[in-house]
Design a protein around this ligand. Structure first.
Ligand code: MN
Length: 393
């Protein structure tokens, strides 16, 4: 038994809400270059910025969190790195001063009282709180959700250049390097028929190289429901494994109608944020797979609740991302490693898209899977020199 575990048996050190009183929260925007531009039907970005949160308590506990949106911009969900920093500095940080991180629901409720929405900003603080708790108790964050049942998780690759030749070359490189064999082809910008033809050509080129590769598409809300109803059967018949968010985020009823028409599973991403709208979508049959995401879910704790809601409804899980650095990726890995029902693996590829990273050890990818970091808290350490170097002046 190590020293820290023994301490827990002494009554004076049992964690309670008199300990872990938050007395410092700060947020720093960090700008990181990407290896290549990343394409979505609704936006393209060549850099990524994230917000690093530092949380400290009166009794000397420290934790770090990461808040990030795709590209650090606001196109995906309305928040961006700049709003995350403003919300934390002005509202969310002050709201949790004096609260104990050993009473997590009180911390989350305090943030809700001063700000509606702002899931990405709240998630950054929630992650810092989990990191501090794990370090204080000398356990990995996964233990708070039952402990890791996966040490590695299958991880897909996004084909996001929007060009046939470049996407196929990219996929073949990932297959030959044994890094990824599930490919999410980002389509939807431009003529729908042409995009369907491009997706099918891409998938067939991949399958001619590796018959066991799996292909999915993410439309990022590009089509209306009639277009989706007309064209998605072609993707289904070609052998695509999953169709992600073909229609507008608001059109949950349309997602349910498409899910009913098609045998291929439909995944609602932009449509679903927290456990309430997820639960509603399960009732309506609007998503066949649930993309559990820490950032849009408002943090690790609330993402876990949404995942539990999916389990209750019999909806399988997929571990999503918002293009986090290796630090934010570790938060995803801690939670996803504790979820038994994760047949669709994850898409935690932020570290592979970034040209520079923020942790002392890189996220490990091999044999088509990503490794869950071993260690306390999030299981990884921020490199303070890198954070300082890339911090926005
Ligand atoms: Mn998506």
């Amino acid at each position: 038994m190590n020293h820290a575990a023994k301490d827990l048996h002494q009554p004076e050190s049992v964690p309670d809400r008199r300990r872990g009183i938050v007395d410092h929260v700060s947020a720093t925007v960090v700008d990181l270059p990407l290896r290549r531009a990343h394409f979505h039907a609704t936006g393209t970005h060549a850099t990524q910025s994230v917000v690093i949160v530092e949380l400290r308590t009166r009794d000397g506990l420290v934790g770090f969190g990461e808040g990030g949106t795709p590209g650090g911009t606001a196109f995906w969900g309305g928040e961006c790195s700049e709003t995350i920093k403003v919300m934390i500095d002005t509202y969310l940080g002050p709201a949790i001063l004096g609260k104990s991180i050993f009473a997590q629901e009180e911390v989350l409720a305090a943030m809700d009282r001063v700000a509606a929405g702002n899931q990405f900003a709240k998630a950054a603080i929630d992650i810092a709180m989990h990191d501090a708790l794990g370090r204080a108790l000398n356990v990995p964050v996964a233990l708070f959700y039952g402990g890791a049942v996966h040490q590695t998780i299958p991880v897909l690759w996004a084909l996001a250049t929007a060009e046939f030749e470049a996407d196929v070359a990219d996929a073949i490189h990932q297959l030959d390097a044994r890094l990824h064999r599930t490919f999410k082809i980002k389509i939807g910008k431009g003529d729908p028929q042409a995009e369907v033809r491009r997706a099918i050509r891409t998938a067939e080129a991949i399958w001619s190289h590796a018959a066991d590769a799996r292909c999915t598409v993410d439309l990022n809300q590009a089509w209306d429901e009639a277009t989706a109803a007309q064209l998605l059967p072609q993707l289904q018949d070609t052998g695509f494994a999953l169709i992600e968010q073909p229609v507008a985020a608001w059109n949950v009823a349309g997602m349910a109608r498409l899910a009913q028409r098609l045998a291929v599973p439909i995944l609602a991403d932009e449509s679903l944020w927290d456990l309430h709208d997820a639960s509603d979508a399960f009732t309506r049959g609007a998503t066949d797979v649930y993309a559990v995401k820490i950032a849009k879910g408002g943090g690790i704790r609330r993402a876990y609740k949404a995942a539990a809601t999916a389990e209750a409804a019999g909806v399988p899980l997929y571990g999503g991302m918002a293009l986090e650095s290796s630090f934010g990726t570790a938060a995803g890995l801690q939670l996803f490693s504790a979820l038994p029902g994760l047949p669709w693996g994850c898409e935690l590829i932020g570290p592979r898209l970034l040209a520079e990273d923020l942790t002392t050890e890189p996220t490990r990818y091999e044999n088509f899977e990503v490794s869950v970091p071993q260690g306390v808290g999030l299981g990884v350490e921020l490199d303070p020199d890198k954070v300082k170097h890339f911090s926005r002046k």
